[in-house]
Design a protein around this ligand. Structure first.
Ligand SMILES: C[S@@+](CC[C@H](N)C(=O)[O-])C[C@H]1O[C@@H](n2cnc3c(N)ncnc32)[C@H](O)[C@@H]1O
Length: 260
């Protein structure tokens, strides 16, 4: 990981040992390499192998309206406050292939907020960001997304938002016309905008305590006075140095508000 950092500036040094080991083992199998030194040798001499390794290390897994209770709580408890602002900035950190950002765009449109919202969706994986920009998701997955959307308090027919072609669904490009999908690392980059809502789910679980604190520090700095932070069910700020700097808005969904 040290060598990757020096050569490619991707910093995986503070990711948790267990899950990272699992992913490196999986990469060895998929790339048919006998051991870590063979992998290191290939990765350092061939950027295309590094690009492949990045796919294994970053876990580009997502879903639209994943954990619908999270979106329902945003709709019921966060949106009414956002509606009081003349303009809104939302940062989706670790957006992967974009499902979370597109879901938020749908929710914001239904709540009359999309026109005055700028969404920043960021990730370190360029292949994921390319997919995220396209907004095309497999039809097979859309069946599950439809159920998620309904449970998230969706107000329309989910099919209103996409055009089906063969086995894919192309989401209405106007939903993300105002969104920026950009490369940003929570491990090495700094804050880039003042935001009213940061949503970062299923990312911090891969980080050790020091890196979690770094990321939470970026979110804290980015958020405006009384801004919202959504971490989703799997993560929390409880054991971080930020535990007293946020108030809990929704415990189960881990939605917090910057303390005054
Ligand atoms: C499991 S996905 C989560 C996707 C989405 N947030 C969700 O909950 O469905 C984790 C994402 O975190 C991204 N990631 C990993 N390390 C990161 C870092 N240092 N900075 C930003 N994103 C990172 C990965 O590339 C991956 O796309």
């Amino acid at each position: 990981m040290e060598a990757i950092f020096l050569k490619y500036s991707y910093d995986f040094r503070n990711y948790t040992g267990a899950s990272q080991k699992r992913r490196v083992r999986y990469a060895l199998e998929q790339l048919r390499l006998p051991n870590v030194s063979a992998l290191q040798e290939r990765v350092l001499h061939d950027p295309t192998v590094f690009a492949q390794l990045l796919q294994f290390l970053t876990i580009p897994v997502s879903e639209m309206f994943r954990d619908p209770g999270y979106f329902l709580t945003l709709r019921q408890q966060v949106v009414p406050v956002l509606q009081t602002y003349p303009s809104v900035k939302v940062w989706v950190a670790g957006c992967s292939t974009g499902e979370e950002a597109w879901s938020l765009a749908i929710l914001l449109r239904e709540e009359g907020l999309l026109e005055r919202t700028q969404i920043y969706a960021t990730d370190i994986n360029p292949a994921s960001l390319d997919k995220a920009r396209q907004g095309i998701f497999p039809m097979e997955a859309v069946r599950n997304y439809t159920a998620n959307y309904q449970r998230a308090g969706g107000r329309q027919a989910f099919s209103d938002y996409y055009t089906a072609a063969y086995d894919a669904a192309r989401f209405d490009p106007s939903l993300c016309a105002n969104a920026v999908f950009a490369d940003h690392s929570l491990a090495t980059d700094s804050v880039f905008a003042e935001t009213q809502l940061v949503s970062c789910r299923n990312v911090l679980i891969y980080f050790n305590r020091a890196l979690q604190d770094r990321a939470l520090g970026l979110f804290y700095e980015s958020l405006c006075h009384r801004g919202f932070l959504g971490l989703g069910a799997k993560e929390s700020i409880d054991f971080s140095s930020f535990s007293t700097r946020f108030d809990t808005l929704a415990r189960a969904e881990r939605i917090y508000r910057k303390a005054s």
